[in-house]
Design a protein around this ligand. Structure first.
Ligand code: GRF
Length: 177
C-alpha cells in the first residue's frame, strides 16, 4: 500500500522472490507509484481518502484486498493511519518500513532527529503494524553509518537505498514464516 512515490513498492516488485505482489493499493489516485504499477500491468486499487469517511474507505480497501486474495499487506510509504478495527482484523499480517532504527524516532522527520541527537547511525526498520503508530514488533533493521557533515537529505538517500535492499528480503522471510 502506497501514498506517493512508491520506490519501496518498486523494489518489492522488482525483487519479488518468495512472495508475489498481487495488488498495489493507494489512498491518493494521483500518486506517481500508481502510474508505475499500472505500466507494469500490476492490478491497482485507488480510492481518494480525502473527504471519504474512514470506515467506508477501509471497508472498500478490505474488500479489494480479499478480492485479490491478499495474504500480507506491506505498507510502503503509506501515509494514512489505519484504524484499530482494521489493524485488528489484519493482525499479524501487516508490515511497514520506517526510516529510522526503531524504537527511536517514530513518526516524521526521522533523519533530522537522528542527526540532532548526535547518533552515530541512522537506518530503517521493518515492523509489524498495530494500532499504535510505528510501535509494533520490530522484525528487522538495517544501520546506515553517519558521515561527517551528514544532512537529513544525504542520510535520507542512503537510508532509502538500504530500505530497498532490506524490505524485499524481510518480506520474503516474513511470508515464509
Ligand atoms: C520511505 O522512506 C519509507 O520508509 C517511509 O516513507 C518513505 C516512502 O518512500 N515509510 P517511497 O514512497 O517508498 O519511495
Amino acid at each position: 500500500m502506497i501514498s506517493g512515490r512508491g520506490s519501496n513498492m518498486q523494489a518489492l516488485v522488482e525483487q519479488a522472490e518468495g512472495y508475489e505482489v498481487v495488488l498495489v493499493a493507494c489512498n491518493a489516485p494521483q500518486a506517481p507509484g500508481l502510474a508505475w504499477a499500472r505500466a507494469k500491468a500490476i492490478p491497482v486499487w485507488a480510492l481518494d481518502s480525502r473527504g471519504t469517511d474512514r470506515s467506508a474507505w477501509e471497508s472498500a480497501l478490505d474488500q479489494a484486498l480479499r478480492d485479490h486474495r491478499v495474504g500480507t499487506i506491506a505498507l510502503a510509504g503509506f501515509m494514512r493511519i489505519l484504524s484499530a478495527q482494521f489493524t485488528h482484523d489484519w493482525s499479524g499480517r501487516i508490515v511497514n518500513i520506517h526510516p529510522s532504527l526503531l524504537p527511536r524516532y517514530r513518526g516524521l522527520d526521522t533523519h533530522q532527529r537522528a542527526i540532532e541527537a548526535g547518533d552515530s547511525c541512522g537506518g530503517c526498520s521493518v515492523h509489524l503494524v498495530t494500532e499504535d503508530l510505528d510501535s509494533g514488533e520490530v522484525i528487522a533493521r538495517s544501520e546506515v553509518p553517519m558521515e561527517t557533515g551528514e544532512t537529513a537529505c544525504s542520510l535520507e538517500a542512503k537510508v532509502l537505498a538500504a530500505e530497498h535492499r532490506l524490505y524485499p528480503l524481510v518480506l520474503a522471510r516474513f511470508v515464509a514464516r
